[in-house]
Design a protein around this ligand. Sequence first.
Ligand SMILES: *Cc1c(COP(=O)(O)O)cnc(C)c1O
Length: 222
Amino acid sequence: MPVNKEAYQQLIADLGSHQVELVAVSKTKTVEEIKELYNMGQRDFGENYVQELVEKQVQLPADIRWHFIGHLQSNKVKLIAPFVYLIQTVDSLKLLKEINKQAAKNNRVIDCLLQIHIAQEETKFGLDELELHELVNELHELKNVKIIGLMGMASFTDDMEKVRDEFRYLKSIFNKLITEIPIAIGTQPVTLSMGMSSDYTFAVEEGSTMVRIGSLIFGARI
Ligand SMILES: *Cc1c(COP(=O)(O)O)cnc(C)c1O
């Protein structure tokens, strides 16, 4: 399926006016489809399976900034550590320690977002507020990861007021963190990744700085 160029350009204009970054979610899409969007200037792409990401990365231009947005198993971190730009889905200290270890092996610092559980569904991953605070207290040990913000996924529902409430909740945690994290790691968190095709307008209204959008640009996934 070709890229929806009108939708993409509209999105760029819309998000640009709010200074919101766009991660184009390319999971299940081909290397050719990704190249088409790359040729329109897009550089940030998101994938949620390690194997798929690794296969695509070697075939595509080196200046693509790859975001990992799926559930990440500790034993797979080493496969993406050499090149990943931002891991958006850190949901445990164990995982963060492994990212730190693999980043050190690659002589780099890997930027990460902590994933917060904001949805009603039990199936979604992420930290609750207590776990977040426990994790933040351990950060000073980890020199090869940098927490630059938070990520969250709202409930899958037509009730957009509920979705809005969940985004608002995430933004409130982000605000609290802004005062805490600099003390823990000496750097200000700046990125709040929330919003997908169906709910990004609400996310932007509630303070998102980064949206992750797939189907609106690439068409529905089969
Ligand atoms: C698939 C996915 C998206 C994009 O979803 P669309 O509805 O296609 O925009 C965003 N975030 C995450 C974590 C995803 O897995």
